[in-house]
Design a protein around this ligand. Structure first.
Ligand SMILES: [Zn+2]
Length: 701
């Protein structure tokens, strides 16, 4: 999913949830976790033909109501159970065909239910449908957790001789068995029962955490448009006073960002940020404590000192100590420069208020903009007219289509859960690779960050990859051009990067290691790298055209935007390090030593010079603390790799399909069939390192 946007609010995740999957204890994120959890199915009959896979209709076909969605989900879980039964009934020698294939099938079907119910619980416009979907998430998660603790299945898989199988199959089995052990399959029956119970509780507690965030859409009112002084005209026009003369604002991104960035009224910015940083407070304090406690208990039962030790073990970083060292490295490399940047903010504020001794959190975005305006002659408002939503969407499709040799076809009259949702097919020549959905504007009760949600992971011959982008961009209303911030454009590319990874990497045989099912701390790298394309003038000018005149974005404006972007980089990286430290610190010690308010209060000043904002509780809406738990550091870790991978591209011609093709083949297509370190090595022809990242941080690119 997306990064929490630095220096603003935890609401604002930038990139995308890669896979905000149903979290189950062992799998806070999507795929990365678990072979064991995510296998796919394979019916031989369908395997021969590409068209066979395509024959499975899009998942939302027929516009199911609550009852129909439930019964099709139950039917799919039954199919999964039948595959497990078939696997266990095998007599004699265990083979790939009689054991791995049905296991793959069982996992794919059960995962489909988990993915689809999680998506529906996050986006369906009807709250009764969402509640029903949440129940199905619990049921499917329990199915997967039980399977993961099924000793007979584990022994069956262990008995398969894969010594002569292909590399992806051998890697698949290695990961699967490892994940079974990590889930606790080796523990005694009593312990396994307890683990099952905790896993079930964790799903529900995680749902509570997310639901509290999703449903707490606070509003604030202002007495008249005078208080909106400084905000863009189109913003003011789309926020008309009600019959009582008052104007209502929400804390969702399309209102939040413009207000904290542009509003001249400091008290309005403060109120907005105060509400946003109290989202899901106080409800989520206890829910988060419960998550922390249960995860600790689970980790101890599984033989680890803390949850952080457990959850980092199968990542590139390897253990919690390395994660702490990495976060410390970020702190060391950003501190001095972050203080220098902060001093510039203070100096600018003192021009307005000579006696000012500090710049408050709700003033950072505002003064950041003013500094960029004065020192770099750049105002983000100037670029918005070049980013009307429809053109940006077309730009994302055209750019990635050119780079990766893909064709996207809109599915007309597709069944979708909301009329604003669009469905597409992705083709490579004559081969249908997958389908995707764009659900990109806010609605009440909808997931309010930006993320790529899985629907079906690809498994050749069995099912096409099917995924959804869920974001909250401007536009989508009649008469509203939907002028986007450049940061929205960046988010769009980021999330689309996850989508491409899922589809291009979803062409192999084994569903659980498809697409983004690579190491969790690598999974952001391809998406973060695609963000680089929205800083390239040549790329931008292919789609960033003025919504009134059609004129492409001027080169010098892009140049100014890039120079302005470098300012504040240390501060925002420091903020990311701080979020990473919060995420790790609440999970790397016994819960009786964790008071989340205190953790936040102690860490913030260690990382950032911006004074804490009193009476706020960022952790209650920091959604990653559920889905990512201790491993928020993964964004920065992935960024290190992303910067290095980008160094291999031709900066003069980013649309060159040759290098993009090699990247697609070497890094994206293998999905989770090989360790990420090896994929990156093959692409760069060397091990990755910190050089490009450090240069970027020091603005020496
Ligand atoms: Zn992401």
């Amino acid at each position: 999913m997306a990064l929490l946007r630095a220096g603003t609010s935890p609401l604002a995740f930038k990139g995308g949830i890669v896979h905000q999957r149903p979290f189950r204890a062992a799998t806070p994120i999507g795929h990365a976790l678990s072979t064991a959890l995510l296998l796919a199915l394979c019916c031989l009959a369908a395997r021969t033909a590409t068209a066979g896979a395509a024959a499975a209709p899009p998942f939302y076909s027929g516009n199911p109501d609550v009852a129909a969605f439930r019964s099709s989900s139950e039917a799919e879980l039954n199919t999964a159970q039948q595959a497990v039964d078939r696997l266990l009934a095998v007599q004699g020698e265990r083979t790939v065909e009689n054991t791995l294939v049905p296991y793959n099938e069982a996992l794919a079907h059960a995962e489909n239910v988990a993915y689809q119910s999680h998506l529906m619980g996050s986006v369906h416009p009807d709250s009764a449908f969402r509640a029903n979907a949440e129940e199905l998430t619990q049921v499917s998660s329990k199915f997967l957790d039980d399977l993961n603790l099924n000793h007979e299945v584990y022994e069956a898989l262990q008995a398969v001789d894969v010594s002569k199988a292909d590399d992806p199959t051998r890697y698949f089995v290695m990961r699967t068995l490892r994940d079974f052990r990590r889930a606790g399959v080796d523990k005694d029956a009593e312990t396994r029962k307890l683990i099952t119970q905790i896993n079930e509780d964790l799903v529900k507690t995680g749902q509570d955490f997310d639901r509290n965030i999703r449903n707490d859409s606070r509003k604030l009112t202002v007495d008249s448009a005078v208080e909106l002084d400084g905000l863009p005209t189109d913003f003011i026009e789309s926020h008309k006073p009600g019959s009582d003369g008052k104007i209502t604002l929400s804390i969702e991104n399309p209102d939040y960002f413009p207000v904290v960035r542009y509003a001249k009224s400091a008290s309005l910015r403060e109120r907005m940020m105060h509400e946003a940083l109290n989202r899901a407070y106080p409800a989520n304090i206890a829910v988060l404590d419960s998550l922390i406690g249960k995860r600790y208990r689970l980790a101890r039962m599984l033989g680890y000192d803390t949850w952080a030790d457990y959850i980092t073990e199968d990542k590139m970083i390897g253990n919690a100590k390395n994660a702490a060292d990495f976060i410390q490295r970020l702190n060391d490399t950003t501190q001095k420069r972050a203080r220098e940047e902060y001093a510039i903010y203070l100096k600018r504020k003192q021009e307005d208020d000579a006696g000012a001794t500090q710049v408050n959190r709700w003033e950072m975005s505002y003064y950041g903009r003013l500094i960029r305006k004065r020192d770099f002659d750049f105002d983000p408002q100037e670029v918005r007219p070049y980013f009307p939503y429809e053109s940006v969407k077309q730009g994302v499709l055209d750019v990635t289509s050119k780079m990766f040799g893909l064709t996207y076809k809109r599915i007309q009259d597709a069944a979708v859960w909301d009329p604003s949702v669009e469905a597409y097919e992705a083709w490579d020549g004559k081969k249908l690779l997958g389908r995707f959905y764009l659900d990109l504007h806010p609605r009440p009760g909808k997931f309010n960050h930006a993320a790529k949600f899985g629907i079906r992971q690809g498994a050749s011959g069995m099912q096409l990859p099917e995924h959804a982008l869920v974001c909250n961009f401007p536009g989508g209303k009649p008469g509203d051009p939907g002028l986007m911030e450049h940061s929205d454009v960046e988010t769009f590319f980021h999330e689309f990067g996850h989508l491409l990874h899922s589809i291009l990497g979803g062409q192999g045989r084994w569903e659980p290691i498809a697409g983004t099912a690579t190491e969790r701390d690598f999974v952001e790298a391809p998406s973060q790298m695609l963000e680089e394309w929205v800083w390239d003038p040549t790329v931008l000018r292919t789609f960033a055209k003025h919504y009134k005149t059609g004129e492409p974005i001027p080169l010098d404006l892009v140049g100014k935007m890039k120079r302005a972007d470098a300012f504040g980089r240390a501060l925002s990286t420091a903020t990311q390090a701080y979020y990473s430290a919060v995420s790790l610190s609440i999970y790397n010690r016994p819960p009786d030593q964790v008071n989340t308010d205190r953790v936040v209060a102690e860490l913030e000043p260690q990382y950032t010079p911006v004074p804490p904002m009193a009476d706020t509780h960022m952790q209650t809406s920091f959604g990653h603390l559920d889905g990512y738990s201790a491993v928020y550091y993964t964004y920065m870790w992935s960024l290190v790799i992303s910067k290095d991978m980008f160094s291999a591209f031709d900066k003069k011609n980013l649309l060159d399909p040759k290098i993009a093709k090699r990247y697609r083949d070497v890094v994206l297509a293998p999905g989770g069939t090989r360790p990420a370190r090896d994929l990156v090595h093959d692409f760069l022809k060397r091990d990755y390192d910190f050089k490009a990242f450090d240069a970027w941080l020091a603005d020496r690119e």
